[in-house]
Design a protein around this ligand. Structure first.
Ligand code: NFS
Ligand code: SF4
Length: 661
């Protein structure tokens, strides 16, 4: 019998009617207003007409075979089983498994593409990209045991490429970056039998085991769920980040503009939205082609304005300071400015609804990746061997649209400056100084209590939540309580728009964190890049363990994670690899389990008992903050570094004060 507790879903059948209740992003609100005026349908309209299925939201249905689909929801989910006899726990675990498999496959396939690119560069078959960061190449090579002393860069690169390929294709043994995992954490994984062999193998096995009539023990299924997720976090995603840094440069802090005001009425505006930096890097080269700049000028434009959105946008923002127009929930809205002369997408998080909106405003929507065609969009295939064939054409299409612009242009004049590009390496340097780069000062500040702990606040924005609001409220409360916040993905953009990625935002932090920020000159909220760059958080956590004084495994650290507005399967994969790595992780919106079932309890506590982290769930940002801070304090106590300190609750006056900043 399950506990009779409220289901883990936000009760929102109808969306609020007031646009200001849909989003706190002023530019997006202005564009929703315009879409309504223009009779253009957006996600918000569709969400209003689509009540989320309460059975699906709780993962209480199975459609793994044609004796079903079977629904086992009800007052007591143990009263009924599927036709084959599958229990609620088996059904939920299998559904969760498939989400993790899909999410991990997304990051891992992206990563494998990066290995293909790296191999092409190393073999000299791809000439449009080069190794840009030799220091990073050597550091990564050393971290997996490759000799670098006195060797040619290309020789090291060749060995590294071969070694990293194992992350994907190896069938036996441990993935290369298992070497980076703190020993105690690795011990837990070995005991559980969840050290990933190779990502392809783990994803395949997880798909197999979640097939009808195979693994029907939720605990055993969870083992393979963890193994697969770890193959993503410490494998697919981490390799993606490392190779991207090697080829395109490791980010260092850069001042950049975010929000729709980065669009320019008198320029050719090109938006790149998606996840693969190789496309974006090539478009960057194309927009700097003198012939194309001349063509834009001949068409009457002052220049070409390249702007990013979503994750590859977050990467380009971090690496090169390329302006960013907004996160996932703003991709349709930005088209409503009428100012976009081309939107090129690669893959992941691309709403099919973009086609119609782009059409309404006469914007060419261009797909570029063979994995992602969209009916009604123009497809121009992108190849690393001749990338400019595709990207030059995108620019030409944009110039043509600029020349024939018919849509009335309305650009919300909002720009938020911030500092982005805090890689793991830079945090090392920033805190330790160039001569003794280390995490010692971070650990010391945590031990002496100036910094209470570290939180990763990441992930999507979701139409079922007031866009950006949960992220912003949560982060404000965390920093006010001296918790240093690391960010990636759409969440980072939400906070950038709220002005928190600036050193000046230190005045919103508690006294201890503010002091550290002011001494170092850093913001209290550090932007690390895209979602695959969550691997930078894993590396930072490992380094905190290695530096000493904060326990012996990641599970000992006073750290916590959250994805308060998550929507994609990738987010579930990320959450699971953080949990399996030892991190307490809180998700919002809804959680795909029935409250009170054995599987839910296993995720929300059983794994912690085995030395890993645990999942938790809350919708309200202040409740999420409270849970994260309580966990951080619990860990501080266990480490014996808890000083009597009160949790600061934001009162109304505080909140109003924050709202105007
Ligand atoms: Ni992450 Fe990036 Fe954004 Fe969510 Fe989608 S863009 S990979 S999944 S929505 S943060
Ligand atoms: Fe129903 Fe079992 Fe088939 Fe799932 S696998 S649909 S529970 S009969």
């Amino acid at each position: 019998m399950a506990d009779k507790e409220k289901p883990l879903i936000a009760k929102k059948e109808k969306l609020p009617t007031n646009i200001r209740d849909l989003t706190i992003c002023e530019a997006t609100a202005q564009m929703i207003e315009r879409a309504r005026r223009d009779g253009v349908e957006t996600t918000w309209d569709r969400a209003d007409n689509m009540k989320p299925c309460p059975i699906g939201a709780q993962s209480a249905c199975c459609r793994m075979c044609s004796m079903g689909p079977c629904r086992v929801a009800g007052k007591d989910p143990y009263e009924k089983t599927g036709v084959c006899g599958a229990t609620i726990d088996t059904i939920q675990a299998r559904n969760f498994a498939r989400m993790v498999a899909a999410g991990s496959a997304a990051h891992t396939d992206h990563g494998m593409g990066m290995v293909d690119l790296f191999r092409g560069v190393v073999d000299g078959k791809i000439t449009d990209y080069k190794i840009k960061d030799v220091l990073k190449l050597e550091a990564v090579a050393k971290s997996v045991g490759i000799e670098t002393e006195g060797r040619e860069t290309m020789d090291v690169a060749r060995d590294l490429c071969k070694e990293l390929e194992r992350t994907y294709t190896q069938v036996e043994g441990e993935i290369p970056f298992a070497k980076r995992v703190p020993e105690k954490t690795l011990e837990v994984w070995r005991k559980e039998g969840i050290v990933p062999r190779g990502a392809m193998r783990e994803i395949m096995e997880l798909m197999h085991r979640s097939h009808m009539g195979v693994d029907q023990d939720y605990e055993n299924i969870t083992r393979q769920i963890s193994r697969t997720a770890l193959a993503d976090g410490w494998g697919g995603s981490m390799v993606t980040t490392e190779i991207s840094d090697i080829l395109f440069g490791t980010p260092t802090p850069v001042v950049a503009d975010v929000n729709m005001g980065v669009l320019k009425e008198d320029q050719v505006n090109i938006i790149i939205h998606g996840h693969e930096p190789n496309l974006f890097e090539s478009v960057l080269a194309s927009v700097n082609e003198p012939t194309l700049i001349a063509a834009a000028k001949a068409a009457g434009a002052k220049g070409i304005n390249l702007v990013g959105m979503c994750c590859s946008g977050a990467e380009m923002l971090s690496r090169h300071g390329i302006p960013h127009a907004g996160n996932f929930m703003s991709t349709e809205a930005v088209l409503c400015t009428g100012a976009i002369d081309a939107m090129a997408v690669d893959l992941q998080c691309i709403k099919q609804g973009l086609v119609k909106v782009a059409d309404c405003y006469g914007t060419p929507l261009i797909t570029t990746n063979s994995r992602c065609h969209i009916e009604g969009a123009t497809h121009i295939d992108f190849h690393e061997h001749s990338p400019k064939d595709c990207t030059d054409e995108i620019v030409i299409k944009a110039i043509t649209r600029f020349k024939n612009r018919k849509a009335v242009v309305e650009i919300p004049q909002i720009v938020n400056k911030g500092v982005h590009g805090f890689s793991y390496e830079y945090i090392n340097y920033m805190l330790g100084g160039s001569f003794r780069g280390s995490y010692r000062p971070l650990n010391d500040n945590i031990i002496n209590g100036r910094i209470r702990g570290v939180a990763g606040v990441v992930g999507c924005t979701n139409v079922r939540m007031k866009q950006d609001w949960v992220h912003v409220e949560l982060v404000k409360e965390l920093i006010k309580n001296d918790v240093l916040v690391l960010q990636t993905g759409c969440s980072q953009i939400a906070l950038a728009k709220a002005g928190l990625l600036t050193p000046e935002a230190a005045h919103l932090a508690g006294p201890g964190l503010a002091e550290v920020c002011e001494t170092v000159g850093m913001p209290p909220v550090l932007g690390l890049g895209s979602c695959v760059d969550n691997s930078r958080i894993l590396i930072a956590a490992s380094e905190m363990v290695r530096e000493g004084g904060l326990g012996t495994s990641i599970a000992d650290l006073p750290v916590a994670g959250a994805a308060p507005e998550w929507m994609s399967e990738k987010a579930i994969a990320i959450g699971q690899y953080f949990v399996a790595s030892g991190v307490y992780t809180v998700f919002g919106v809804s959680f795909p389990v029935v409250q009170g079932t054995k599987f839910q309890k296993h995720l929300f506590g059983g794994l912690e008992a085995k030395g890993m982290g645990k999942w938790d769930f809350a919708i309200d940002p202040h409740e999420i903050a409270q849970k994260m801070i309580a966990h951080i304090d619990k860990k501080r106590k266990a480490l014996g570094i808890d000083k009597a300190r009160e949790r600061v609750l934001m009162d109304m006056a505080d909140r109003q004060k924050l709202e105007v900043t």
